[in-house]
Write a protein that binds this ligand. Sequence first.
Ligand SMILES: Cc1ncc(COP(=O)(O)O)c(C=O)c1O
Length: 410
Amino acid sequence: MSQRRQFLSQFAALPFVLNVNNRQFSDEKVVLPSKNKKDFFINQYVYANKEYANLNCASAGIVPEYVLNNFQKAILEYNVKSPYKAWDDWQEERSYLKKELGVFIGAKASEIAFVRNTTEAIDTILFGLNFEKGDEVIIGKYDYPFLTGTLKQLSKRKGIKIIELDFHPEEISEEEIIAKYANAITNRTKLIAVTHITHRESHLMPVEQITQLAHNQNVRVLVDGAHTLGNIKIDIHKINCDFYTSCFHKAFGSVLGSGLLFIKEAQIKNVYPLHAFGFSEPDAIEKFENLGTRPFYNELAIQQAFKFLQWFGQSNKLELLQNLNNAFYKRLKKKANFKFEEPITVTGNQSIRLIGINKGRMIKRLKEEYNYILKSTGYPKHSFLRLSPHPGISKKQMEKLAEIIAKIAD
Ligand SMILES: Cc1ncc(COP(=O)(O)O)c(C=O)c1O
């Protein structure tokens, strides 16, 4: 028996079943151990290390083997079923999943729609709201370019006005950030779109305070939470935003092509769905899921990924990733001869601003000579190295990376 199989077989007799409100998820045959959880959890990601160390999991995450195996089974099963039967068979589990997920993210099941990715969730809101010529939408320059792109199209087609706030969030205080948004609101403002964790800086934005000030002026708020789900604890009802968008294929650990759209109950009727079939119930969240035939098993994978994450604990996972990021930073501080800014490592993603270093060339060498993949991102003359490891990366790999970077940059 291989070492790996031996390792797994020792847990075979220790059943774990996620049992919330006395109800079980559908794959009771699969066993997750109740002891040595950390080793088991980490080992579920190690398969991804075969060719290179992937430290760009903020672009798309690594799916744990447990989820992947169940996903493969579901693909086989669902592709031989009649699509209608597949859909019908999934309905009961689906509403249960939404309910449990709602508890996890602070939302009602009736406010959650499953879509294909964050982009689709964002576009559903932006294309679905009834904007008129001259309406203003406030964004920040650190928001994701797809969101900005959709708004640019709306500006051309409908004559909306984009107010883009221009500042670096890591350079000013939270109060100053909030004031920037407050000062940009006019009587034409219809929406503020704000990113929860920015993709370049990995900066956690004060979305709750921004929502509050927006609501005081009757302005709705859309939060782009692509990097939060499965990474940090979120409570959407506490944030109190009108729209929250995210995906399951980054930190959450599910497969590519699964997104989350939250719409506050009172707002559902104000948003047109992208695909209009079945628009007879304007108050029902399901109107945003009228996509026709699609890979239903992607939703089954959300269920598995959720079970896996809950089993280990999201905060335990975050701690693991923070420790990896800290190990890198500590070693870099010791070895580097160049200037860099201290990151605010509150999440599993960390962006470090290296001053005066050609990051493009560095990223290329890291990939081609040392088998590390990470992301160089930012703005002209203000760029970052973004590290977003998965749990199967070791502390040693992180420290070695810091040493290589220190050496390359010299
Ligand atoms: C902040 C942010 N928003 C939106 C997206 C788009 O996400 P998706 O690929 O789920 O559509 C990304 C992708 O990385 C992102 O970083």
